[in-house]
Design a protein around this ligand. Structure first.
Ligand SMILES: NC(=O)c1ccc[n+]([C@@H]2O[C@H](COP(=O)([O-])OP(=O)(O)OC[C@H]3O[C@@H](n4cnc5c(N)ncnc54)[C@H](O)[C@@H]3O)[C@@H](O)[C@H]2O)c1
Length: 254
């Protein structure tokens, strides 16, 4: 039980990597607030978790770009569970287009959700983490937070930014016993990267050139989030933690 007695807030927890993280955290003894805009999917996940672990999950409506949403989410979670010991800034969106075809509204929306949303999370939850006596913040970068890619201008800018924000927050919050790290997933099987009409063979062809020759399951990323959230990573702060199947090891095989 790596998270026994801890209270965690997982943004974007309704589906994908966030949902896998919420399930794993509860299995490891945490009480988890699933914070998302997708009320229906989040409520279904809460019902699933509660059936096996009564009192362990709570849905909190949250648009990560709204400071007032963040403030009321923290109030609701503290009232139900007490101070927050783990914040997972997982919510994110992607828009793919060449820079010349990318309108400024779309660029701003990606930055607002991924980067400003993470900033607001750190800012609004830190007082609660202090009330908990310290804790861990896990931010979500991406392999596109370490290298560029055609069509990924907005997404890569947001994910590079998250790594800078993570390091600055680690320096500021370390003295208060709050660790801040970034997880760097590679291609992971979720709705975010689903392409209409693609078969498994299409995905295998796309990812087969990388060392592990496949996409990750969301649980494989969630296990890294668990490590960073728990005391197992007690001397880790300000770092980037790759779960990328070797994507960043070097050039793909021919
Ligand atoms: N899937 C991948 O290949 C991959 C790779 C690298 C990094 N990531 C990162 O992992 C994180 C999770 O991605 P995923 O693949 O599970 O995606 P997903 O699309 O399956 O889930 C994202 C969740 O975030 C929520 N969300 C989006 N905007 C929100 C907002 N404004 N407020 C609150 N919630 C919001 C969505 O409702 C959804 O539940 C993201 O930060 C993503 O950038 C994913």
């Amino acid at each position: 039980m790596l998270l026994a007695g801890k209270v965690a807030l997982v943004t974007g927890g309704a589906r994908g990597i966030g949902a896998a993280t919420a399930r794993l955290f509860v299995a490891e003894g945490a009480r988890v607030a699933i914070a998302d805009r997708r009320a229906e999917e989040a409520a279904a996940l809460v019902a699933e978790i509660e059936a096996a672990h009564p009192g362990a999950a709570l849905f909190v409506p949250l648009d990560v770009t709204s400071e007032t949403d963040w403030q009321s989410a923290v109030e609701r979670i503290e009232a139900a569970f007490g101070p927050i010991g783990v914040l997972v800034n997982n919510a994110g969106i992607i828009r793919v287009a060449p820079i010349e075809a990318l309108d400024v509204e779309t660029f701003r929306k990606v930055i607002d959700t991924n980067l400003v949303g993470t900033f607001l999370g750190i800012r609004c939850v830190t007082p609660s983490l202090r009330r908990a006596g310290g804790g861990s913040i896990v931010n979500f970068s991406s392999v596109q937070g370490l290298e560029g890619r055609q069509g990924f201008g907005a997404y890569a800018a947001s994910k590079f930014g998250i790594r800078g924000l993570t390091r600055s927050a680690a320096i500021e919050l370390g003295p208060d016993g709050i660790r801040v790290n970034a997880v760097v997933p590679g291609p992971t099987k979720t709705k975010m990267i689903e392409r209409p009409g693609w078969s498994d063979a299409d995905y295998d062809a796309m990812y087969g050139k990388y060392p592990l020759m496949r996409m990750a399951d969301a649980q494989e990323v969630a296990r890294m989030v668990l490590f960073l959230a728990s005391d197992q990573s007690s001397f880790c702060t300000g770092g980037d933690y790759l779960v990328d199947g070797g994507t960043l090891a070097g050039k793909p095989r021919d």
